[in-house]
Design a binder for this molecule. Structure first.
Ligand SMILES: Nc1nc2c(c(=O)[nH]1)N[C@H]1C(S)=C(S)[C@@H](COP(=O)(O)O)O[C@H]1N2
Ligand SMILES: [Mo]
Length: 423
């Protein structure tokens, strides 16, 4: 009886509050009205009755068992073979700007090299005064820096060039991660070797079975590249190039050579084997765009999205997503609910770092009608993320790489989200 009285008076308060509410966050609107005794409140649960694991049970901590679905995923039909393949970061399950080490997407041409750091060396040769070989211990004697950068594969969103394809932000946009690197500026190692005056290019090479190489202009190498030893405070993961990888801020992921074993200094770019030269942007008539290294500004709404529908029904609703630019920071992201008719400025939250991922939010009161959600990033150079049509007009239908076009999710009355394209 007294429960009922409690209930009806709190319910009156709840409804009264709602009636007076003007803003989306008025008191009482975002929790459930108490509908009767709730066993999850009134009953003791198992975890309140028994002792839990002690401090020796989990020497390296893992996420809750209830988060077991938050994993990298691959798309089997995309590639024939898992050692020359890719998996995708679960962007729809993440918050903030940092990608946890175990969730960073992986792209390998010949699988993961498992390297004993005691048996690993970095050689610098070519147009240098003193060809040098560094042990991993030698590398740790140079001054090191901490910097946060996104790495995006140039093929990210590549399947979406011709139209909406893959149903989930993990698959359309998940070839990206954002990590705090600790590393030695490559400039210091090159200076130690003494770069000769006619040098203009470097050729980093990986120690994996693909012996991956990419030509990089010396100017970039001396500017902001790092030889990274750590990610997010711990040693690099084997998947990400343990014990050392090259970090090439703002430029396409392919250049970030993992398991770095050698850097040759030269006076011109090298010719590359087929699997790396595939990273060539094709224009309409088979002509190639050469030297398209910088990743232009891009954004995507991560929630809601096909793998993360709206399940709570109409009312206060949070939209969130990520944005990044290889040319600077992202001071502003706009969000539209109606496929680009009206744009609203999103709220940025979290560190705004050069060539790093940014987090945005847009809170609104959903009336339960269908939505066409899009986000549009504007970077610190003033560049505005283009629509897919604008990109195709300029680059044709044949491209795969560097698709930074605006993504659309269609939300239906039930809150389900689908990958679509609007004109
Ligand atoms: N040695 C080596 N480095 C490599 C690769 C590789 O297969 N071997 N793949 C490249 C490609 S195409 C990308 S997109 C990035 C992916 O980095 P990640 O596996 O940390 O996500 O690494 C690059 N560096
Ligand atoms: Mo890549």
């Amino acid at each position: 009886m007294s429960d009922d009285k409690e209930f009806s008076s709190s319910r009156r308060r709840f409804l009264g509050g709602a009636a007076l509410a003007t803003g989306a966050l008025a008191a009482g609107r975002l929790a459930h009205a108490q509908a009767g005794p709730d066993p999850l409140i009134t009953e003791m649960q198992p975890w309140q009755q028994y002792l839990g694991d002690g401090v020796d049970a989990r020497p390296y901590g893992m996420p809750s068992q209830y988060e077991a679905h938050v994993v990298r995923r691959n798309v089997e039909w995309l590639t024939a073979d898992s050692v020359s393949s890719v998996n995708f970061t679960p962007l729809h399950e993440m918050e903030g700007i940092i990608t946890p080490n175990g969730l960073c997407f992986e792209r390998h041409h010949s699988g993961i090299a498992e390297i004993d750091p005691g048996m690993h060396r970095l050689m610098i040769n070519g147009l240098v005064d003193n060809p040098l070989v560094f042990t991993m211990e030698d590398i740790m004697r140079f001054p090191r820096e901490n910097r946060t950068y996104f790495l995006e594969c140039a093929a990210n969103t590549g399947m979406e060039w011709r139209g909406a394809q893959l149903n989930g932000v993990q698959f359309t946009h998940g070839m990206i991660h954002n990590v705090v690197y600790t590393g030695v500026p490559l400039r210091l190692l090159l200076e130690e070797a003494g770069v000769q005056t006619n040098a203009a290019w470097i050729l980093p090479e990986g120690a994996d079975a693909s012996a991956m190489t990419r030509s990089i202009p010396l100017e970039k190498a001396l500017d902001d590249c790092l030889v990274a030893t750590h990610m997010n405070g711990e040693r690099l993961r084997p998947e990400q190039g343990y014990p050392i990888r090259l970090v090439v801020p703002g430029w396409e992921g392919n250049m970030w050579v993992k398991w770095l074993r050698r850097i040759e200094v030269g006076d011109q770019p090298w010719h590359h084997r087929e699997e790396t030269s595939k990273y060539t942007d094709l224009l309409e008539h088979g002509e190639a765009r050469r030297f398209t290294w910088v990743m232009d500004a891009k954004s995507v709404i991560t929630n809601p999205s096909p793998q993360a529908p709206i399940t709570h029904g109409p009312g206060p609703t949070v939209i969130t997503g990520v944005a990044w630019s290889g040319r600077g920071t992202i001071p502003r992201v706009d969000v539209t609910l109606d496929g680009g008719v009206n744009w609203h400025q999103a709220r940025m939250s979290g560190p705004s770092l050069d060539k790093s991922m940014h987090r945005f939010y847009y809170e609104f009161d959903w009336d339960g009608r269908p939505l066409l959600l899009q986000s549009r990033a504007i970077d610190s150079t003033g560049y505005v993320q283009p629509t897919k049509d604008q990109l195709r007009e300029f680059r044709g239908e044949n491209s795969i790489y560097h698709n930074n076009g605006i993504q659309t999710w269609a939300i239906d009355e039930s809150g389900r989200a689908e990958n679509v394209e609007v004109g």
